[in-house]
Design a protein around this ligand. Sequence first.
Ligand code: COA
Length: 432
Amino acid sequence: MDWKKIYNEKLVSAVEAIKAIHDGDKVVTGFACGEPFGIERALVDNYQNYKDVQIVNMLSLGDSPWCRPEMKGHFTLNTLFASQSNRKAISSGVCEFTTAHFYEIPDVLKNYICPRISLVMVSPPDEHGYVSFGTTVDYTKGTTDYCEIVIAQVNKYMPRTFGNSTKHVRDFTYFVEIDEPLPVVKDIEISETEMKIGRNCASLINDGDCLQLGIGGIPNAVCAQLWDKKDLGLHSELVGDGVVDLLEAGIINNKRKQTYNGRSVLGAAFGSEKLCNYINNNPSVEMHPIDMVNNPFEIAKNDNVVSINSCIQVDLLGQVVSDSIGLNQFSGVGGQVDFVRGATMSKGGRSIMAMPSTAKNDTISKIVSTITENSAVTTPRNDVNYIITEYGIAQLKGKTLKERARALINIAHPNFRDELKAEYARRFREDF
Ligand code: COA
């Protein structure tokens, strides 16, 4: 049958499409920029028609309406990565949190959480009847393989991307056409401290390395220091605007990659129009499901992988806390451990944790003798190698406990070094 006929038969209003959702259902929705807010608004407007529906998602850039008091008994949110709009709700028990490495999330969703409904956002179909998941392939595309009902918001603002990022219109249950700009993750100005951290990170990056960069101030500061490098590669769970200039200038050209040679590989894109325009119809950028992109064995197929991630706290043993502050869930593990392990397994690879030495206007040291009670270790000490602050680089693999502690104290903020040295003396029964 002509794809246009199939598409038109499935084209309904949001209110009509959500009638497929029943009381007690689990509904998985798209990640970050691919969250189908148009369909979600219809659910929120009609919340009284639903009982005990669980919304499952990861890193919402929206306002998590499911956590509002009036939603009690109607909707609950179960998130795999806390964000600004649901952190408080998690702490107060209104919203649920599930932890999993990002590369395992497709499996955790399919085989353990088992949603019946998938809500996604896609581009309009091309001339062959294929829609694109655009910025958001990660776990999102996979949900449309196993959920019984798949409802897609078709949005002209969703870019069309290459890679494993398209599906035919016959694979969806309903389409709802709602055009609205994707959420924008704007670059914040890079601070002086972040610039110093970026410089320290860049000192460990060589020509030809294959990079994983997250989003935010530190990755952008790293990007700003890479202009004298050449032939860099990109294989990253997600990227922000920071990489676009380097890609356009050919500093990142993926020439020396062992897999996907000449192409950047991503699970998701997360920025402003600048990034969306760059990845749109660009054959040099491939979007793929996260169980491939973040699989440590897949990452390690490239030589000289350098992973750069950030964290909240590091103790003197080198244990890294990145997603909780005490009992408060701040974010999620995401792909941090996936890339730490992939980079470690890569021939010539290096994993870096980069963070400012302090938080809260220099009142709190991020290098601590003991991690905050009830915080969860995100990356275990045996996985961690380079820790970087604005004060330097601590290389931990192969180091004794004393050597680790000394290396970390040497890159702590000077205001906190004396108390850390006192702890060193107490712990190791020798002066620092
Ligand atoms: N104690 C108390 N508060 C702390 C703290 C500490 N040791 N370290 C940071 N904070 C606070 C900061 O003050 C800030 O609070 P504020 O927003 O009220 O000012 C907040 O935590 C975030 O700190 P910031 O330095 O701005 O973090 P960030 O935006 O650079 O994110 C992580 C850092 C670690 C939270 C983030 O990188 C993350 O979630 N990582 C895990 C996932 C991951 O690595 N994925 C792979 C790459 S995308």
